[in-house]
Design a protein around this ligand. Structure first.
Ligand code: C5P
Length: 298
């Protein structure tokens, strides 16, 4: 049965430059795909049905449902599909799981239905579904501008382990919109943090986590009041610089090596948390599996 991986992402930088007239914000971000991923399985069918293997997930709320409709509308294709999803990326976590599932659905159905849309057209459909969706068409490491959908590929970083802690807290409706709305103009920056990471990408595969930045780090505690306990447990478990993933509430630490990453993961588990360990990836190979830039770490 055809399948496709739908990776999670983190934002190495996430800068907000200004409010725009269309209700969005102008962003600069270096986005990084991880090998923590959902897997989508596709089956030809007369009617469309989408299922996932975890409680709390609803097809009606998933961007995949909109992705299927959007591809049908764009191509006139009347066929159906059964998509079965193994969910591994935590829901509403800032790791982009739903956006990634939607991108994987567009790519998977364009193959399954042989609808032949170009990469450019798929990118347009993805951008209509959500600002983060186009990134997941290729994954790896990319510079994002505009509302997040204007992308340029960057040289991949050396594979690095990432410890992820997704707080088990109730999520407000329209979380992303709320987090953007919580920003004051003093949280806006000019894009310099992102420029620095982009320049470093050109200079070699190593990445220094102290170059990281997320405009939402400062407002996260207001939108997710219970997050501070997770931050202090992460620090107590031995992590270095902790950052918010996207709009949160997931927190991540890019570890210098696997031994330290596993020690912090165990430290979090001792404190009663379920932490994920993932690797940064360099995109997808021909066979659909992840590529890694295996410079000295993996
Ligand atoms: O594009 P997406 O549907 O994911 O955006 C959800 C919400 O997040 C938007 O309606 C908007 O309020 C906010 N947003 C923003 N600026 C961006 C991306 C999202 O203000 N660049």
């Amino acid at each position: 049965m055809p399948w496709r991986l739908a990776p999670a992402k983190i934002n190495l930088t996430l800068e907000v430059l200004a409010r725009r007239d269309d209700g969005y914000h102008e962003v600069r971000s270096v986005m990084q795909a991880l090998d923590l991923a959902d897997t989508l399985y596709f089956n030809q069918a007369d009617a469309t049905r989408i299922e996932a293997d975890i409680p709390g997930w609803e097809a009606d709320k998933s961007l995949m449902t909109r992705a299927v409709a959007s591809l049908q509308q764009a191509t006139g294709c009347q066929r159906g599909v059964e998509i079965t999803v193994e969910k591994r990326v935590p829901l509403t976590s800032g790791l982009g799981g739903d956006s990634s599932d939607a991108a994987a659905a567009l790519l998977g159905l364009n193959d399954l239905w042989r609808t032949g849309l170009t990469t450019g057209r798929l990118h347009e459909l993805a951008a209509e579904l959500g600002s983060d969706v186009p990134f997941f068409l290729a994954g790896g490491t990319q510079l994002a501008r505009g509302r997040g959908q204007e992308l340029a590929p960057l040289a991949p970083l050396a594979a690095m382990p990432v410890v992820l802690l997704s707080p088990d807290i109730a999520m407000p409706e329209n979380k992303t919109a709320r987090v953007f709305a919580a920003l004051k103009s003093r949280h806006f920056t000019a894009g310099d943090y992102t420029d620095r990471v982009v320049t470093a990408r050109g200079a070699g595969p190593c990445y220094s986590p102290e170059h990281g930045f997320n405009a939402f780090d400062e407002v996260a505690a207001r939108v997710f009041p219970k997050i501070s306990r997770y931050v202090s447990d992460f620090v107590a478990a031995g992590a270095g610089r902790i950052q918010l993933a996207g709009a949160g509430p997931t927190l991540y630490w890019l570890a210098p090596d696997l031994v330290l990453a596993e020690a912090v993961q165990r430290g979090l588990e001792r404190r009663g948390h379920r932490a994920h360990l993932a690797w940064t990836t360099a995109g997808f190979g021909e066979d659909g599996h992840f590529l890694y830039n295996e410079i000295n770490t993996k």
